[in-house]
Design a protein around this ligand. Sequence first.
Ligand SMILES: [Fe+2]
Length: 250
Amino acid sequence: MLPAVDDGARNLDDALALATAAVGNGIEKCVLTPHMHEGRYDNTAKSLKGHFDAFRDTLARHELDLQLGLAAEVRIGIEVLIWLEAGLVPFLGDYQGKPVLLLELPHGQIPPGSDKLTRRLIDQGIQPMIAHPERNKYVIRDLSAIYPFVEMGCLLQVTAGSVVGQFGPYARERAAELLERGWVTILATDAHSIDWRPPNLAEGRMAAAEIVGEAESWELVRHRPEQIAAMHFGGPGPGPSDTAGTEPPG
Ligand SMILES: [Fe+2]
C-alpha cells in the first residue's frame, strides 16, 4: 500500500484506492509490508519511515478510518543477518516475546541454506514467519518442502487470495492443506494493486471458514494478527477496535 517503494502502489492515488478498498473489505488495521529485497527494493526501516509517516498523515486528512503499522517482507538471503545486526529491518510484531520477521522465499525455488538461515534466526531469538509458502513452486510440487520450516518453529502467513483460488488451483489446494493441518498462523492480503491484487481478506476468511470453521477463521484474520501486531497499535493485547463487532458471537 505504501506508495512508490516497491511493486505495490505506484503513487498516492493508487495507495489511497488500496486503503479505501481495505476499509471496504472490513479491514481496520493494516501492517504495511513493503519488500526488502537486495538489489531490487533496497528499502530499510529508516528509508521507509518518512514515506510511512507522510502516508499516515495523508490517510488522516482523507478521513480514512484505517490504522497503520510499518514492517517489511524480507527476501530470504544471508544479507538478512547483516540487516538485522544493523537494525535495518522493521518487525511485523511480537510472538511469545520474540520479534517476528516476515520472510519471503523466491517463488521458483527454496534456496539451499534457507533452513539453516531460519534456524539461525530462531537461535538468535527471532521468530521467522514465512510469507505465502502455498505459492512457492517447490511447495506446490510437494507440500513436504515446507515441513523443515514448520518443524523448526517457523510461522506461516498464507495469502487470502490463495484460499479463494486467485493464484490458481494448485496454490489453492496447498493453502487448503496447510489450513487443514493447522499450520497457518495468519491470513494476509498481500495487496499490491487495486486491479490485480486488491485487499480481499473477507473473501479469504470466508473460504478458510469452510475448512477450519468460523472461530478459527476469525483467529486467522483478526485475533492472532492483532496480538502479533499489537506493538504497532499502542501496546499489547487487543486494541479498541476489537469491540467494533462485525464478528458473529461464538
Ligand atoms: Fe511476497
